[in-house]
Design a protein. Structure first.
Lengths: 390, 189
């Protein structure tokens, strides 16, 4: 009868959980526990009792540096290093995109699929003079545009809903302050970056390189998707160097941020350097020069920089424009400059200050300061607020 | 206890390879793990090495740890205990010091620092209560076998009793402790 067996095993259970039984007995116990769940419970409850006894041991502080020693030992332990499945991807660092949240990433992937597919199919259709392929490409392109529109609409309706909810009223006149909030809300669209990086000056050659990588990224997206489909996943992609190269090129391309490029290119255009290609990149963005009394904020501007440039004080700017937070100016905001004596600059501690004299030479940093010029450009308002680093 | 779920979260992050979580986990439990090891090996330097090894073992098996099974802390302490016993069984421990035994018994009541008292109170006090109900010789035998990590034969030598008696005492004591702790757990203490 199995019960006798259980009794015999339970006699040994205390020694077993204490690690005190010889190899033969241990094997017997383990073999029985495999089959007998009640004995398993018995043994595990005894093991828990033994574990609880360990709490009686008074704590002993190890010598200083213990944590570091453990981490150092872990570094040497191959089983503890997380394996990096993604092949290393080189990206032109100043133009790198920050990682977006999952929802945004998913939407971007879908859009990349649709657009990339449209491009590839369209090109094939043009190459083979095939009406069907061209039609397919066109349809995919339309789908991509429709998807873009849908996502934008969803985000906007959600934002409107948030406003209504925030004001605790079902009958809020949303239109009246919608125009104020719209620039801010546009920056919360599902397809935007949460955070943009520093503005950079863009040279012509880098520009060409960028364009190629960028569009290659989109065109290669369906290719990579097919690779992933046939291989299951991209884990061992280094084994086949050509496929790895394709994946790397696609990732490199997708990691380039067009918005940053446009921002950088436009800044360079206004500063008067490397204009040809940059002008090409920003057609239709140059606005007519407004009156000197107002200034349209561009991406990369800080209130302090604007104040110095026009010889006004930050506080007066804030007062004139009703700004409660000097850090919260957005591209597209129109700031009133009038009402202050020119030539009395005062910088505050809140904003990082650029060199006092506006000069044609740019500081050794990412954002060249343009001289005061009537030519202002307005960037598309889909960028979130950020500051030029001094 | 809130810190239990934190431990589980830290372990999960460690399993994914996060070094910051590992550093937090190690610093939080370093003293307890070293203490458990010290009670068994009775040498501070060796206890630290054992503690280091215990943390590495825990990190390696962090992925297989099942939070439903119980306390992350007690899991970690059991790893430390086993690591310490491995060391002791190989290198033939020094003769048992009776003063250490008194210190061990005294340690049930007095933990070294007030912070540790607060942390360990939920567990150690229950165990203390359960231990107090045991007859003296069973209690000693159990403490020697569990906290001091001695084998039954060694317990017999120390106490001056035959091996069979030692085994019986250990087993009876462990069963009683197990029953008492389960009753306390069911009462929700």
């Amino acid at each position: 009868m199995g019960f006798d067996r259980c009794l015999a095993i339970r006699e040994e259970s205390a020694a077993f959980v204490l690690g005190d039984s010889d190899a033969h007995t241990r094997a017997d116990v383990v073999g029985h526990l495999d089959a007998c769940s009640s004995c398993r419970w018995e043994v595990s409850s005894l093991a828990a009792a033994v574990d609880s006894m360990s709490t009686l041991a008074p704590p002993v502080e190890p010598s200083p540096g213990f944590v570091e020693r453990v981490l150092a030992a872990a570094r040497a332990d191959l089983t503890l290093t997380p394996d990096d499945l993604a092949p290393p991807v080189w990206v032109s660092t100043p133009l790198a995109k920050p990682r977006p949240v999952a929802v945004v990433a998913r939407r971007r992937r879908t859009l990349a699929w649709l657009t990339g597919g449209a491009i590839v199919v369209g090109l094939l259709g043009a190459a083979y003079q095939s009406a069907i392929l061209l039609a397919l490409g066109g349809a995919a392109g339309l789908l991509a545009a429709a998807y873009l529109g849908l996502v934008t609409w969803i985000t906007h309706s959600k934002a409107r809903h948030d406003i209504v909810a925030a004001f605790h009223s079902t009958e809020v006149r949303v239109d009246s302050f919608w125009s104020e909030l719209e620039p801010r809300l546009l920056s919360r669209s599902g397809l935007d970056d949460r955070r943009a990086g520093p503005v950079v000056a863009v040279r012509n050659t880098a520009l060409v390189h960028f364009v190629l990588s960028y569009f290659l990224g989109w065109a290669l997206t369906p290719v990579v998707g097919l690779i992933r489909l046939f291989r299951g996943d991209l884990a061992g992609i280094e084994q086949s160097p050509r496929l790895a190269q394709i994946v790397a090129m696609q990732r490199r391309g997708r990691d380039h941020s067009l918005r940053l490029l446009v921002a950088g290119a436009t800044t360079v255009a206004v500063a008067g350097g490397g204009t040809g290609a940059a002008m090409m990149m920003s057609p239709g963005l140059a606005a007519a020069s407004p009156a000197v009394q107002t200034y349209t904020v561009r991406a990369g501007d800080t209130l302090g920089a604007i104040a110095e440039r026009y010889g006004v004080s930050v506080s007066s700017l804030a007062q004139l424009n009703g700004l409660s937070d000097p850090n919260l100016i957005l591209p597209g905001d129109v700031l009133q400059l009038a009402g202050q004596a020119v030539g009395a600059p005062r910088s505050t501690a809140a904003t990082p200050s650029a060199p006092a004299t506006p000069s044609t030479g740019s500081p050794p940093s990412s954002a060249p300061r343009p001289p005061p010029s009537p030519e202002q450009t307005t960037l598309p308002t889909r960028t979130s607020s950020w500051r030029a680093r001094p | 206890m809130a810190s239990e779920s934190e431990d589980d979260a830290l372990l999960a992050a460690m399993a994914a390879g996060d070094r910051n979580s590992a550093a937090m986990f190690v610093s939080r439990h370093a003293a307890a793990v070293t203490g458990v090891a010290y009670q068994i090996v009775r040498d501070r330097a060796v206890a630290e090495d054992v503690a280091q090894e215990a943390f590495l073992r825990a990190w390696r098996s962090a992925a297989t740890y099942d939070p439903r099974r119980g306390n992350a802390r007690s899991w970690l302490l059991s790893i430390s205990r086993n690591a310490a016993i491995d060391v002791v069984r190989v290198r033939q421990a020094a003769p048992f010091d009776p003063h250490a035994m008194h210190a061990l018994l005294a340690s049930q009541a007095a933990l070294t620092s007030p912070d540790d008292r607060l942390v360990a109170q939920a567990d150690a006090s229950e165990v203390n209560r359960a231990l107090a109900r045991l007859p003296e010789d069973q209690r000693r035998a159990l403490l020697l076998a569990t906290v001091a990590g001695r084998s039954a034969a060694e317990v017999g030598e120390i106490e001056g009793i035959p091996l069979g008696t030692a085994k019986t005492r250990i087993r009876s004591a462990l069963l009683r402790i197990r029953d008492a702790l389960e009753v306390e757990a069911r009462r929700g203490l």
